[in-house]
Ligand binder design. Structure first.
Ligand code: SF4
Ligand code: FES
Length: 247
């Protein structure tokens, strides 16, 4: 495949960025999107130019490190992570525009790399979960209904990639927060600090500059783990309950 790449280049957090155009002449449809960028970077190295900075780690859709706006869509045209997207999703001769996540709360570090520390601080604000130390309790003494266990497991698959924020016109992290709050709120271990957790996480979310949710649904459409929109209803319900309890 031959491709034209239009890529956001920015040398540092305060530098002015711009779109630069590159040509690739020999891209296999079986390459992943990140492998295609590796090929570009080898080409740039050979030409004595600075390679394009981008994030990745597992390259298996597990860690949440990768994440690019590809032709204006978070993680590109498929419901998957950028590392699991393959070049067969594009056509020979196509022009592909690649930008970093779009969100004030995720400032650009360099080129396509953004700082998602705001997510870590939201998790940190959520605090700890009380557990008794000592020997493991007998499993059947803490029954969890099957439906709750399944839903907790499903929403726990959120990898913190940030696509929900990048896709949201409000830059809201409600889907991410809703996934975390719902996961712990469904399990017995999550009950003692439940009220405090949701209040502190939402306060940190707002402090970081994420926007409010207006039920657009772009977040869930872009989410590689298909976290459902109703976790945001659960988040709001938990927040109302906590406020009713005097938090
Ligand atoms: S909710 Fe989905 S899109 Fe948002 S951080 Fe989690 S996995 Fe990524
Ligand atoms: S690099 Fe780990 S999810 Fe993409």
């Amino acid at each position: 495949m031959k491709l034209t790449l239009k890529i956001w280049r920015q040398s540092g957090p305060t530098a002015e960025g711009a779109i630069h155009t590159y040509q690739l002449d020999d891209v296999s449809p079986d390459m992943s999107f990140l492998e295609m960028l590796d090929v570009l970077n080898e080409q740039l190295n050979d030409q004595g130019e600075e390679p394009v900075a981008f994030d990745s780690d597992c390259r298996e859709g597990i860690c949440g490190m990768c994440g690019l706006m590809i032709n204006g869509e978070a993680h590109g045209p498929e419901v998957t992570t950028t590392c699991q997207l393959h070049m067969r999703s594009f056509t020979d001769g196509e022009t592909i525009t690649i930008e970093p996540w779009r969100s004030d709360a995720f400032p650009v570090v360099k080129d396509l790399v953004v700082d998602r520390g705001a997510f870590d601080r939201i998790i940190q604000a959520g605090g700890y979960v009380s557990v008794n130390t000592g020997s493991a309790p007998e499993a059947h003494s803490v029954p969890v209904p099957k439906d709750d266990a399944d839903r907790a497991f499903n929403v726990a698959t959120c990898i913190g990639c940030g696509a929900c924020v990048a896709a949201c016109p409000n830059g809201s992290a409600s889907l991410f927060m809703g996934a975390k709050v719902t996961h712990l709120g469904l399990l017995p271990q999550g009950q003692p600090e439940r009220d405090e957790r949701v209040v502190n996480m939402v306060a940190q979310h707002d402090h970081e500059g994420f926007g409010g949710c207006t039920n657009i649904g772009a977040c869930t459409a872009a989410c590689p783990k298909e976290i459902p929109l109703d976790v945001i209803s659960q988040l709001n319900k938990d927040l109302r309950t906590a406020i009713k309890h005097g938090h």
